[in-house]
Design a protein. Structure first.
Length: 272
């Protein structure tokens, strides 16, 4: 059911760009807009059809499935204004790799993102931000709001205030917890979990159809991953390989390859 009379904002968040902070600490605090959180996204069209708020904010993280999910949503609600946050490509690639290693990914960095051969888990197109913006422009009738993760890190209060203004909502900044949730895992911890992943399959995956069994399975996997990360922090550095988890040269090559795209993205971004 189409709802052209409603103003819909769709945050098509990507991982490691502040999405969790926005979804958990900011969006629920916004006033004069109805927030549909990520855990209700599967029922989003039903919610839009059965409710009658003037403005809606929807949030969901997309990475490699961005194009499919955007087109699927736009087919139902083309008059939506999308919101996206980008992070400079080389730091985005590094952060994404650290995330998947923490979750049991067994491949090296080039297996994750192979800039030269384009055969990795992520492809070159997944880091081509101008093409992603073009996808949003072609899919929706309203111009996307483009933000930069670097602005969020540098001045989170100004970032949140500007976002609220642009979606015509209100926010009490004093009600938001701006403290970091946790510090990132260091290379020593990630090397430990990577070493373990070569010997035991600890990656996040669904093994059981039953929700109860799946819950127990997740708990079991977490009982392996997180103690390993914790203990590794206090082990002697001499126990670990001196080889970089992420080759610095690879990150420099990614930065150089996408330099023009990143500059174009900065020109498109909302000024904070």
């Amino acid at each position: 059911m189409k709802t052209p009379q409603k103003q819909i904002y769709f945050h098509v968040g990507t991982a490691k760009t502040g999405s969790t902070f926005l979804q958990n600490r900011v969006f629920p605090k916004l006033q004069k807009i109805h927030y549909i959180p990520t855990n209700r996204f599967k029922n989003v069209f039903s919610i839009l059809a059965k409710t009658s708020f003037d403005k809606y904010l929807i949030s969901r993280e997309f990475d490699r499935q961005m194009a499919y999910e955007v087109k699927k949503f736009a087919a139902q609600e083309p008059n939506t204004q999308p919101i996206i946050v980008f992070r400079q490509q080389h730091t985005y690639a590094a952060s994404q790799y650290r995330r998947v290693v923490k979750n049991g990914f067994q491949g090296d960095f080039k297996t994750f993102f192979d800039l030269e051969g384009n055969s990795g888990f992520f492809k070159r197109k997944d880091f081509d931000y101008c093409k992603i913006v073009k996808l949003l422009e072609d899919s929706f009738s309203q111009k996307p709001l483009v933000f930069l993760y670097e602005d969020l890190r540098a001045n989170p209060k100004a970032f949140v205030q500007k976002l609220a203004e642009l979606i015509h909502a209100e926010i009490n900044l004093d009600a938001i917890n701006f403290n970091p949730k946790h510090t990132s895992y260091n290379d020593q911890q990630l090397k430990a979990i990577y070493w373990l992943a070569q010997r035991i399959n600890i990656r996040k995956r669904r093994v059981f159809k039953s929700e109860i069994l799946h819950l127990f399975w997740r708990f079991f996997m977490s009982s392996i991953r997180y103690p390993t990360l914790f203990i590794a922090k206090y082990l002697p550095k001499s126990w670990f390989s001196k080889k970089d988890l992420i080759p610095k040269r690879e990150l420099e090559r990614i930065k150089e390859y996408y330099a023009e795209d990143w500059e174009a993205c900065k020109r498109l971004a909302v000024k904070i």
